[in-house]
Design a protein around this ligand. Structure first.
Ligand SMILES: [Zn+2]
Length: 552
């Protein structure tokens, strides 16, 4: 009767320690109100075993929350996490779980004994007498009253305070509800977007067989690219490739695949995303309307998210994984070659979704790219950081080769061609004292948002549009938002006119303007990046990379 309320409070105690955005009143409310309610519920029935067993759903939420605190060191279970579970393939989820063994053992140690005790006590028909329950009820009333005072203090001290955001487990239940609502809205996407039109057209003659390629990277960190100053030779090919422009000050406005990729593929900015994505189409459709023949080549699995919806708007849709084999990203190059060969005289647009550097890193590159070793440790432990980093750098080395080979295919056609590459987000790899790993946490870190971005143009494109190539080069040292600029830069390079085009976001335009630094948070709100949960340690790294302008 006494132990279960205290065990249910473990995540609240953890959050009190980890949440730097909670003030003292908010922390007190997050401890006292739930404790008061748990104590009251525990005192309601004399059959204490049944009460314990009825608390199982709460224990599951608590266990999930504790595992996430182990993983990220902060934050409640986000809406995006529930959606990620639904949109991440099975293998990935199990890969991750096997690396969370210590966290899972901890929650089992906390919550299995009371459940077993609950079963035993229930079978024995044991119960707690009324006088002991009365004492607990008095403790519950006092704790709840103190919690209400703290909640009033929280509302008064912070006008933005809300229980549905800062009180566990109410906030997690609210997030589950929001995830269900968003999944429901997504399921109606074909109907809600049916009437959307870009109104786009090509401004160049049909006789010009142009080629534009968008390559979407996965979990690539700008800091691990030699082009951005990494001390290791991870971009030996791109460093030598003529026509490549590197944008070293690029930040993504989301750290989660299922939001970052649609942001890149859509004309919407982060402020419009939450409301308008369900009624919009993607970049492939902008090119379709302008008379291009389009292709979507993916080395990721179908996941039922906007990435699929936008990809499937192409004339040719290829998911390499449909053959149930695992593929390296280099296999997308063969598909690209085939598609270009079958459309030799048409304008074409191809979007390639790679698997890049997604964990488990060692599985993302073939033998022969294990340049940095040892690279075999796959267990997510800080002690393995060097090996994980070796494998990670090998995956970047492979990305370098894949991009160079795609560029080679485009150059060999002799057609006017341009390519834009960026990654959806980066990743933490036990980089600092926080000991964080992976991405998609409710609050981003520097490592999750600083992404590589390059553009490449062919010689014949440069002859056709010298001004655009000059402008790309001129903006290489500018602040860039990948989420905002990929769509508009590709549309601009392709000479497509559409009312949805924004020249200020087009890196090949003389009107390009450095973006406002914003971040699309878990509630689909575009907040100032400085308010996204970045810590001082992140800001100082951004500062040393020269990217802190406009963040605070
Ligand atoms: Zn991703």
């Amino acid at each position: 009767m006494w132990i279960v309320p205290l065990l249910l409070l473990v995540p609240n105690i953890g959050l009190t320690i980890t949440e730097h955005l909670y003030n003292g009143w908010e922390k007190a409310a997050n401890l006292l109100l739930p404790l008061g309610v748990y104590c009251f519920l525990a005192s309601c029935w004399k059959r204490v075993g049944i009460t314990t067993l009825l608390s199982l759903p709460l224990m599951i939420l608590c266990a999930f929350q504790i595992v996430l605190l182990f993983l990220y060191g902060e934050s409640i279970i986000a809406i995006d996490m529930f959606l990620n579970v639904a949109t991440t393939n099975y293998n990935e989820a199990t890969e991750l779980l096997s690396n969370l063994t210590p966290a899972i053992l901890t929650v089992c140690t906390i919550y299995l004994p009371p459940l077993v005790a609950g079963i035993v006590v229930s079978i024995r028909h044991e119960f707690v007498d009324a006088s002991r329950r009365r004492v607990l009820r008095m403790v519950a009333a006092a704790t709840y009253a103190a919690g209400m005072i703290a909640a009033v203090g929280a509302y008064r001290s912070n006008p933005d305070y809300s229980i549905s955001r800062k009180l566990f487990p109410v906030n997690v239940v609210a997030n589950i509800h929001s995830a269900i609502v968003r999944a429901e809205q997504s399921s109606h996407y074909p109907a809600t977007s049916e009437n959307f039109r870009f109104g786009s057209r090509s401004t160049r003659p049909d006789s010009i067989a142009e080629v534009y390629v968008m390559v979407i990277g996965e979990t690539s960190r700008a800091g691990n690219w030699q082009l951005n100053g990494h001390s290791r030779s991870t971009n030996p090919k791109l460093c030598k490739r003529l026509g490549v422009v590197n944008f070293s000050r690029t930040l993504s406005e989301s750290n989660t695949t299922h939001k970052s990729v649609p942001l890149m593929m859509s004309h919407l900015n982060s402020k419009e995303f939450g409301d308008s994505i369900y009624r919009s189409k993607g970049i492939i459709d902008a090119f379709n309307e302008a008379g291009f023949t389009t292709a979507w080549i993916s080395n990721q699995k179908h996941n039922g998210s906007f990435i699929d919806f936008f990809g499937q708007q192409a004339d040719s849709v290829v998911y390499l994984s449909d053959d149930n084999m695992s593929h390296f990203d280099g296999d997308t190059t063969d598909e690209l070659k085939r598609f270009l060969a079958s459309n030799p005289h048409r304008k074409v647009f191809v979007a390639i979704h790679t698997y890049g550097s997604h964990f488990n890193y060692r599985e993302r590159y073939p033998d022969g790219f294990d340049h940095f070793h040892p690279d075999n440790a796959s267990e997510a432990r800080a002690a393995n950081r060097q090996e994980l980093m070796n494998a990670y750098d090998n995956s970047i080395l492979y990305t370098d080769a894949v991009l160079d080979s795609i560029i080679g295919v485009l150059a060999d056609t002799g057609r006017p061609a341009a390519l834009v590459y960026t990654s959806d987000h980066g990743e933490d790899i036990f980089d600092d004292c926080r000991g964080r790993f992976l991405h998609a946490s409710p609050h981003p870190t520097y490592y999750q948002i600083h992404v590589p971005m390059i553009a490449w143009t062919s010689e014949s494109f440069a002859e056709m549009e010298p001004e655009a190539v000059f402008m790309l080069d001129r903006h290489s040292a500018s602040d860039v938002s990948s989420s905002l600029s990929v769509f508009h830069t590709l549309v601009g390079l392709a000479g497509i006119a559409t009312p949805r085009y924004n020249a200020k976001a087009d890196l090949s335009s003389n009107l390009y303007t450095a973006p406002e630094r914003i971040y699309l948070n878990d509630y689909n709100e575009a907040v100032a990046l400085g308010q996204s949960g970045l810590r001082n340690i992140d800001i100082s790294i951004l500062d040393s990379a020269g990217i802190s302008k406009g963040i605070m």
